[in-house]
Design a protein around this ligand. Structure first.
Ligand SMILES: O=C(O)CCC(=O)C(=O)O
Ligand SMILES: [Fe+2]
Length: 267
């Protein structure tokens, strides 16, 4: 019998004050980020799940235009509590993206990339499964984003499919941990160096799970940098408009594709 690899999501500390490009701690963190993304690089009817989506979530204007729709007089407390988190999640995402660009030697494209980035936040509630009810919280899928960040309360439930096909549960040990996940657009941009992993949510226990996911989307044409294309890595995806890809995926007939991004712009 072959030995089974036990998967565990790598935990990378982002608390170092000196985490600046060019420093040794930056290079070490870059190595950890790239190796984690390369290694471990789910919307159907699911009764346990409820969610709300907020566009331009890392700006006060974005959150306020959402609260005005939900509550006629706005909701100051909601905006005041959510904004610091969405800003932090966007900042964290940008640091990780910068590390990816640095590690692949394409940092010159970073500024224009960040200018084109837009953030959608989704706040989610999963109730516990009743006896004889499916435990499925969220079906298996890959994110259509460039990158996603996920934070949760103390109730675990997120599961990720590793490259070897094994599913493993994400156990967040600290209440300040955030999962950073590659989306389909990053997979295409990186010419398949980083894979967007399938993931799902299973509700095993008796407690309610709350999570908050933030997705980055690019308001531009996503294109694999020429530096990432060579004989060993021939181009895998044609340049594509990220928002048009989302339109494509929103169509019922495209939801069940094995890989929407491959069908949409695979070479
Ligand atoms: O709730 C979670 O942990 C994951 C949610 C998710 O995968 C998604 O919204 O795309
Ligand atoms: Fe997801």
């Amino acid at each position: 019998m072959g030995s089974l690899k036990v998967h565990k999501l790598p935990l990378i500390e982002f608390t170092c004050d000196n985490l600046k490009p060019g420093t040794a701690s930056w290079s070490n963190a870059c190595r950890e980020v790239i190796s984690a993304l390369e290694e471990y690089g789910q919307i159907p009817l699911i009764p346990l799940y409820e969610s709300m989506g907020i566009d331009d979530a890392n700006t006060l204007e974005g959150i306020q235009s959402f609260t005005k729709v939900m509550w006629p007089n706005g909701n100051y407390i909601f905006s005041e509590k959510l904004l610091p988190y969405t800003k932090l999640a966007a900042e964290l995402e940008q640091i990780v993206v910068r590390m990816v660009f640095d590690s692949y030697g394409v940092e010159k494209y970073f500024d224009s990339h960040i200018k084109a980035a837009n953030y959608l936040c989704r706040v989610m509630k999963y109730r516990e499964a009743k006896v004889n009810e499916s435990k499925m919280g969220f079906v298996s899928h890959t994110d259509k984003s460039f990158m996603s960040t996920i934070h949760q309360n103390h109730v675990n439930g997120l599961e990720i499919k590793a490259k070897d096909g094994e599913w493993f549960g994400v156990e967040l040990s600290s209440s300040s941990s955030i999962v950073v996940m590659a989306g389909d657009a990053l997979m295409a941009w990186s010419n398949n160096r980083i894979k967007s992993p399938h993931h799902k949510v299973t509700m095993e226990g008796k407690e309610v799970r709350y999570s908050i996911a933030q997705f980055s989307f690019l308001e531009e044409i996503v294109q694999t940098p020429e530096e990432l294309i060579d004989e060993e890595h021939p181009l895998q995806y044609k340049p594509f408009d990220h928002l048009k890809f989302l339109d494509f995926y929103s169509k019922e007939e495209n939801r069940r594709l094995e890989s929407a991004i491959r069908t949409y712009c695979g070479v």
